[in-house]
Design a protein around this ligand. Structure first.
Ligand SMILES: Nc1ncnc2c1ncn2[C@@H]1O[C@H](COP(=O)(O)OP(=O)(O)OP(=O)(O)O)[C@@H](O)[C@H]1O
Length: 580
């Protein structure tokens, strides 16, 4: 569907706003004609009929009322246009956020966050020009010239015919320039997104850039991207100025042609002054909305380019996990089974199989650790378990029910995930712990923090649990972040726990505390440990050894040491690294 049609048809209540815009445009047309008629009457009465102020007083009062009416209409227009615009922006922003959340990390990881952020913030903001300016102008252009034309026909048929013949000139010129402008605006929008994405990359990778002295190269890249953006912006402006020039010329020439025709007939005595004057008064009002449409059309081009990107995201198919076929109520009391689970990233030429027929079982109260060399597919398996994506082959079953039969959201209520790098939000410590259970009472938050060995630290802060974490607030150490993440898991209290190498990069004091808290958390739960290092997994009940996406061994640490060469090599390499 065409972008403009989608914008108009998909935003709720837009029909009401559009009807309002049409009603105001019709009223505006009527007022324009009334104003021209009263000015004409006043001028002919005062200058041709030599009437005094008293005789034209009523006409002057009428003119004043019409001018007041036009001012009121313009205020009404502003109100409706702004409301329509705010409604559209809010609605599309909410839908975009909902869609991105539904698509999940599997989608957002493939996209550049800066580009998504600029679509979300600037892209939706750019719709202002469409809903607040272009859309009402379309209605004004459809209604006002039509009403003026009727008035001109009623006054003088010949001038009406001339106006009618000249009328299509401006829309045709606009359509001709519009195509070029559209392509350029798309380019401009793309460049702006690339610029935002680069900037965010630099902000996020600041430490790495400084460390490796790469900031100069990045500065040059941003300079290049900015230069490309400048060039395309200049092109857009050139087309917009050219368009304004052509439209002005078109309008002026059209008006001049009709004015000459009127002048000739006036000289030849075929037309009265009053009629000629009225037509001349009405003519600019006929062209004004058309000229305005040209200007607003260019302003709205950025909106349609941004809308195209917004709709492309909204059209992304959602993972099957949100479908209506997912009616089963998730439960996990006995076991979680991976049956021949396979996963392939990408499709077609980009296809990348990373998991092949993975089969193993996780029993209640047991700890299973996934081990394997880097890139063997451990994190992919965890992502499947978290339902960020669905297996391309095989099934994951919870108590014999395939996960695909339950919604991802309902399933995730049974899972706590302690990731490698937990994300903290720019809010209070309490809110950060409450992430999984926003309604949890404070005493449960405190109990969870105590079990995660975080409470003492929180108490040492002057504002305790109300301390704001984030940009200008408190910053936490790696160990404290890990413990906060464990506190979230304690509070969630789910039957399944996924630990993604929670002790990476910690000093020994912090690591000991984190390990103790983790031990507590794992007790009486089903735990899947994604082990990128080895000493955290030796106590696991069972180890699943992955190599290039295949299970190549299952057993305890001792059993795998005895029978799996790959595992032995990994342990030796790990021990050598620890000693060094
Ligand atoms: N979004 C993606 N698109 C394409 N390939 C991917 C994607 N994510 C991971 N891969 C590839 O899948 C394979 C398995 O990656 P995965 O992150 O699951 O391994 P891992 O065992 O967790 O590794 P590590 O221990 O180093 O974190 C790797 O070859 C990786 O390059």
């Amino acid at each position: 569907m065409n972008i403009s049609k989608r914008l108009m048809s998909q935003v709720p209540h837009m029909r009401g706003y559009m009807l309002g815009m049409i009603a105001l445009a019709m009223l505006a047309g009527t007022f324009v004609v009334a104003q021209a008629f009263s000015i004409n009457q006043i001028i002919t009465a005062a200058f041709l009929a030599h009437q005094g102020l008293q005789q034209v007083a009523l006409l002057l009062l009428f003119l004043l009322l019409v001018i007041l009416g036009r001012a009121l209409l313009s205020w009404g227009n502003e109100v409706i246009n702004n409301r329509a615009s705010v409604q559209a922006k809010t609605y599309l922003r909410q839908r975009l956020l909902g869609q991105l959340l539904a698509l999940g990390p599997a989608y957002t990881r493939q996209e550049r966050s800066g580009e998504l952020a600029s679509t979300f913030v600037e892209g939706t903001e750019a719709l202002d020009a469409y809903f607040g300016q272009f859309l009402p102008q379309i209605f004004a252009t459809a209604c006002i010239p039509a009403i003026v034309l009727v008035a001109v026909f009623a006054t003088d048929v010949l001038s009406g015919v001339a106006l009618l013949l000249m009328a299509p000139v401006l829309p045709i010129l606009l359509a001709l320039i519009g195509k070029k402008a559209n392509a350029l605006n798309k380019q401009q929008w793309k460049q702006l997104s690339v610029l935002s994405a680069h900037f965010l990359d630099i902000m996020q990778g600041m430490v790495t850039l400084k460390q490796f002295g790469g900031s100069h190269a990045q500065r040059d890249t941003v300079k290049q991207v900015s230069e490309q953006f400048r060039k395309v912006t200049m092109k857009v402006l050139r087309v917009a100025f050219l368009s304004a020039f052509v439209m002005e010329m078109g309008a002026t020439i059209s008006m001049a042609v009709i004015a000459v025709e009127i002048g000739m007939r006036l000289l030849a005595g075929q037309m009265s002054f009053a009629t000629a004057f009225l037509v001349l008064l009405l003519m600019p009002e006929f062209y004004q909305p058309l000229r305005m449409l040209g200007t607003r059309f260019h302003a709205s081009m950025e909106s349609t380019a941004a809308a195209e990107r917004i709709f492309a995201i909204l059209d992304e198919p959602l993972p099957a996990s949100s479908g209506a076929a997912c009616a089963a109520t998730p439960a996990l009391r006995h076991e979680l089974r991976f049956e021949d689970v396979s996963y392939t990233y990408g499709s077609g030429a980009e296809e990348r199989p990373v998991l092949h027929n993975v089969t193993f079982t996780l029993k209640a109260g047991k700890k299973v650790a996934l081990v394997g060399p880097s890139g063997s597919g451990k994190s992919t398996l965890a992502a499947l378990l978290l339902r960020f994506m669905e297996p391309t082959g095989g099934t994951i079953l919870a108590d014999d029910v395939p996960l695909s039969q339950m919604t991802a959201q309902a399933w995730r209520e049974l899972v706590s995930w302690v990731p490698q790098r937990p994300y903290l939000f720019n809010t209070t410590l309490a809110e950060n712990i409450r992430l999984g259970r926003p309604d949890a009472p404070m005493d449960e938050v405190v109990a969870a923090a105590k079990r995660a060995r975080l409470h003492e630290f929180v108490q040492s802060l002057s504002q305790g649990y109300q301390t704001v974490i984030g940009e200008r607030g408190l910053s936490l150490s790696g160990g404290q972040i890990q413990r906060l993440s464990l506190a979230r898991a304690f509070l969630n209290n789910t039957p399944l726990l996924i630990l993604d190498e929670a002790t990476a990069n910690l000093d020994s004091v912090n690591e000991k505390e984190v390990l103790q808290a983790m031990e507590d958390l794992m007790r009486e739960r089903m735990t899947l440990i994604i082990a990128h290092r080895l000493h955290t997994v030796m106590q696991a009940d069972q180890l699943v050894l992955l190599d290039k996406g295949r299970v190549v061994g299952i057993g305890t640490h001792e059993e795998l040491l005895a029978k799996a060469g790959l595992y032995r090599q990994m342990v030796l390499a790990y021990q050598r690294k620890e000693v060094a």
